[in-house]
Design a protein around this ligand. Structure first.
Ligand code: GLV
Length: 315
């Protein structure tokens, strides 16, 4: 039997949140020792790091690290650590809670754009009875970029609402009710005529900056763009230009190059942009805690879990 407890260090970009997560994980993992990263008693004893946006070098101080847990589906925030210990497995936190939240967010904003709510609200502000009649969903081409856990469920949700739903991924996929396109050869056909585009791609060297002028120009004129993946997917100035020219009519952005979005950033007050503060699929602590505790227990017992990320691939 093991003499000393399994030891976990937790980091979130607020000491209070780190402490809350420690308390919760401590309760879910009886017999384990869970400490906030800023107050670790013995770095040489830490076996697991549970992190959201760790600071560069934080994880490198633990020589016995067995695995790193990303509090979230993406691992880009972990890979951003230039001193990240190599060859330590990274566990993603995914589950029905995340996919449910993302399908709600995508449905909400696609429907909002589909039914032209920004114009309806602008009319209300002027007491104008403006009966905007939109085409049926079946004639609205919507496109979901990225068909992983989140993208697949989002695309199925849109198909279930009756949209002409298309999906695009790096490699060929099959999703019921969704017309799937793959790779660079399928990209233009996917974009052509798309009126509402949803980005749910992982952030990798290949996808950084993918939401750019060239892509916007391939969409239907007056398209709407929803980015619920990562800020660096978007070339900000290209979006501003596309909004000014009318090539893109509206955008909903949940993620940004710098988060929190600085209070003087022009996106906050741009009339064609809806800003949400990275909440599309932000896991709540109790649900995330359950998933993470289960993954940690399984990794400790078996040396692996199904939701291991591939650091070379970037997701
Ligand atoms: C949120 O952005 C996540 O990666 O889960």
């Amino acid at each position: 039997m093991k003499g000393s407890p399994v030891t976990v260090a937790v980091y979130l970009p607020s000491e209070e949140k780190s402490q809350d997560w420690c308390n919760m994980l401590g309760e879910l993992l009886p017999g384990w020792k869970v400490e906030p990263m800023h107050a670790v008693s013995d770095p040489s004893a830490i076996e697991y790091g549970v992190v959201w946006r760790p600071k560069t070098g934080d994880l490198a101080q633990f020589p016995k690290l067995k695995a790193i847990v990303s509090i979230g589906a993406g691992i880009d925030h972990v890979l951003a650590d230039a001193a990240l210990p190599q060859d330590v497995p990274i566990i993603r936190t995914v589950g029905t809670d995340l996919t449910q939240r993302m399908r709600e967010y995508v449905a909400l904003h696609v429907l909002r754009h589909h039914r032209n709510m920004p114009d309806i609200l602008a009319s209300q502000a002027k007491s104008e009875w403006n009966q905007i009649v939109v085409p049926p969903a079946t004639r609205r081409k919507v496109g979901v970029m990225g068909l992983g856990n989140l993208g697949k469920v989002a695309a199925q949700t849109l198909a279930g609402l009756g949209f002409d739903t298309h999906g695009w991924a790096r490699s060929p996929r099959e999703v019921g009710g969704v017309t799937c396109h793959a790779g660079t050869e399928g990209f233009d056909a996917f974009l052509e005529g798309t009126e509402i585009l949803v980005n749910l791609l992982p952030l990798t060297g290949e996808t950084r900056g993918i939401l750019n002028a060239s892509l916007f120009n391939k969409l239907a004129r007056g398209a709407c763009v929803i980015n619920a993946a990562r800020g660096p997917h978007l070339v900000d100035q290209d979006l501003v230009d596309a909004l000014a020219s009318g090539q893109v009519a509206q955008a909903t952005l949940d993620v940004f190059h710098v988060e929190p979005l600085p209070s003087d950033h022009p996106f906050w007050s741009h009339p064609q942009i809806t800003v949400t503060p990275h909440i599309a699929s932000m896991i709540d602590a109790p649900t995330g805690g359950q998933i993470i505790a289960a993954n940690l227990r399984q990794f400790e017992a078996e040396g692996s879990v199904p939701d291991l990320a591939d650091a070379r691939r970037g997701y």
